[in-house]
Design a protein around this ligand. Sequence first.
Ligand code: C5P
Length: 245
Amino acid sequence: MDFENLLYEGKAKSVYQGESENEVIVKFRDDMTAGDGARKESMGQKGYFNSIISSKIFETLEEAGVKTQLIELVEPCVMKAQKLEMIPIEVIVRNIATGSIVRKFPFEEKAPFNPPLIQMDFKSDEFHDPTLNDAIAIALGIASKEELDEIRDLALKVNDIMSAMFKDAGIILVDFKIEFGKDADGNIVLGDEISPDSCRLWDAETLDMLDKELFRQGKDDEVIDAYEEVFNRIITDEDKAKWNL
Ligand code: C5P
């Protein structure tokens, strides 16, 4: 695998030019950050679990008709993906109120959102990811009204598919963040990753956290066990055979 032409380095992944112009190679690293990158640690095996969990979720979404940038998981930590021009919006879908939404607004902790609440934040470290509305997104030239509507429809579809997938694994999908980009033809395609770094996942029986919130709360020694638990619950023997795990 050619890891020479680095296109972009994010907080947890590095993106390299792929073999053809429209392909990239995404390397999942073990780095974990919190508080706009204020705290950074290396978490052994995180890249391994996240790359596989993310590939499994993207494949499940593809099967249900959602276009994703995944081409294939080449090996653990290494994903071949379609090159996208990313839209700088963090699309957050919430089924249960927790996290920043209860710090910023008078929602009761753990109150369900029905229908799910969709929030769009401007992806910008410089401006600390402020919450957008359509008028601001359009005025910034980030997306058109039609594109914002399409993004919301896709986000709700992703939520339905993922909620069912996690429910079967005894996990509640509390909330998550996804990002979209445009392919060479201008189609809106799901990009980035979906993993315990970008979702809140609670055990359906105990309500134990199985995601990055553990790291945000300083429970660093519980993080990898939680990610492995998610892996064990959603990755089948068939997946393991396919990916030589
Ligand atoms: O912190 P907040 O409550 O806004 O997070 C909502 C969801 O979005 C959580 O699942 C969190 O993991 C995810 N998120 C993310 N990246 C960010 C902000 C939030 O993956 N920069």
